[in-house]
Design a protein around this ligand. Structure first.
Ligand code: ARG
Length: 401
């Protein structure tokens, strides 16, 4: 019996060619697994294409709810943005896809899993490190990294084997999307000076002009409702994509540092994810005790780096999840977002667990703050500085001459 390989299958040119290439060059049976993480695509033709390419089985799994709840929301609760900006769209889908590759590999008695990533990107890292974490015994194959075919070669190869791919020789961009957002790279945007052409955007086209407000409800740090209507995690994110995307907000244009040492120019659109993060972070301002909030802000960068670098399944990420989980117990409440063409911003927040105390904060007659206590507090707070200034002369520059 020939060996079996489970291939992560998107239905695109590369993964379609991978199916046939694995059969030809590795003498294996190929089972494809396509995970629906909310891409804008039709699944029936994708299944047929996998079978036409020679797969013995072609599975499609709808993982949208799990993806939103167990992958997107933890990142949201952590406020994790890679290099302070990117909400980890592609980085998030690879671990969940890998989970289903491994699951299928077990069910079909496969010896290996495979992906269609090139050797230059982050996604190979995420697939392979996730696979090693979940199934250390499985082999990981990466045909695209080995075969040395150009795009034209791949198209000819597909034609020769009568694989019905839709790709044309001129490819404008490389796109990866899911319900958390969309990444667009390559083509003219490979020159960092070139402005992103308007035609790259799909989720963030301004189609409404009248400003409006949206109220997002959170429970223990996870969004649960939009304008009072409770929604399942994936539905909530998709609803936010529609609402916010229609105002043309949620685009990013950046040069980022890939794990493999390359700087790359990336454009993203993630209207729902970025709006939810704005709202969530704001609610934390109301609900988190100061030191917890400060430490959490510091850890958000580390969390984002781990996810970006393919360490979703790792002990440090696990430990940070426990920290984030504990921090979110009281992050329950509502945030008002205002949408205007090209803008999305917070205009109000409320929570039954709020630490905001009007009696302490107000300057009006309801003030309960004990002003007299501040005198001693501030003197002692500044005591070390006062001693330093008196004994050592204080600042060396910028002070009075
Ligand atoms: N640079 C982003 C990341 O590493 C996006 C990658 C998009 N992947 C793709 N195959 N186009 O997460």
């Amino acid at each position: 019996m020939s060996r079996r390989v489970v291939l992560a299958y998107s239905g695109g040119l590369d993964t379609s060619v991978c199916v046939r290439w694995l059969i030809e060059h590795r003498d294996v049976e190929v089972i494809t697994v396509s995970a629906d993480v909310g891409q804008t695509t039709e699944w029936a033709p994708i299944r047929e294409r996998a079978l036409a390419a020679g797969a013995v089985e072609a599975e499609v799994v709808d993982v949208r709810e799990e993806f939103a709840r167990d992958y997107c929301f933890p990142v949201l609760r952590a406020n994790a943005l890679y290099e302070g900006r990117y909400p980890l769209v592609s980085a998030l889908s690879r671990p969940v896809i890998t989970k289903y590759l491994v699951e299928a590999a077990r069910r079909h008695g496969a010896d290996a899993v495979a992906h269609g990533c090139t050797g230059k990107g982050n996604d190979q890292v995420r697939f392979e490190v996730s696979a090693r974490a979940l199934a250390p015994d499985l082999e990981v194959l990466a045909p695209v990294r080995e075969w040395g075919m150009s795009r034209e070669d791949s198209i000819d190869y597909a034609a020769k084997w009568e694989i019905p791919v839709t790709a044309s020789k001129a490819k404008l961009y490389s796109v990866d999307d899911n319900l958390w957002g969309r990444a667009i790279e390559a083509g003219v945007i490979e020159h960092p000076w070139n402005a992103p052409p308007e035609d790259i955007w799909e989720m963030t086209r301004t189609v409404v002009g009248e400003p409006r407000e949206v109220v997002v409800g959170f429970e223990a740090g996870a969004p649960v409702a939009v304008d009072g209507g409770r929604l399942a995690p994936h539905e909530l994110v998709m609803r936010m994509n529609e609402l916010v995307g229609a105002y043309g907000w949620g685009r990013l244009d950046m040069v980022e540092n890939r794990r493999v040492g390359i700087k790359s120019r990336e454009t993203y659109e993630a209207p729902g994810a970025l709006a939810l993060m704005l709202a969530h972070e704001d609610l934390e301002g109301l609900c988190l005790e100061r030191d917890l909030q400060r430490e959490k802000i510091r850890l958000a960068h580390r969390y984002a780096e781990l996810v970006y670098d393919g360490l979703w399944f790792s002990p440090l990420k696990d430990a940070l999840d426990a920290f984030v989980e504990s921090s979110q117990r009281h992050v329950t409440g509502e945030v008002r977002l205002r949408l205007e063409p090209g803008r999305c911003f917070v205009v109000g927040r409320q929570s039954g667990l709020s630490l905001y105390d009007y009696g302490l904060a107000t300057y009006d007659a309801a003030d309960r703050f004990r002003h007299e206590d501040s005198e001693g507090f501030v003197r002692i707070w500044g005591l070390g500085i006062q001693t330093w200034a008196a004994k050592q002369g204080g600042v060396s520059s910028g002070g009075p001459s």
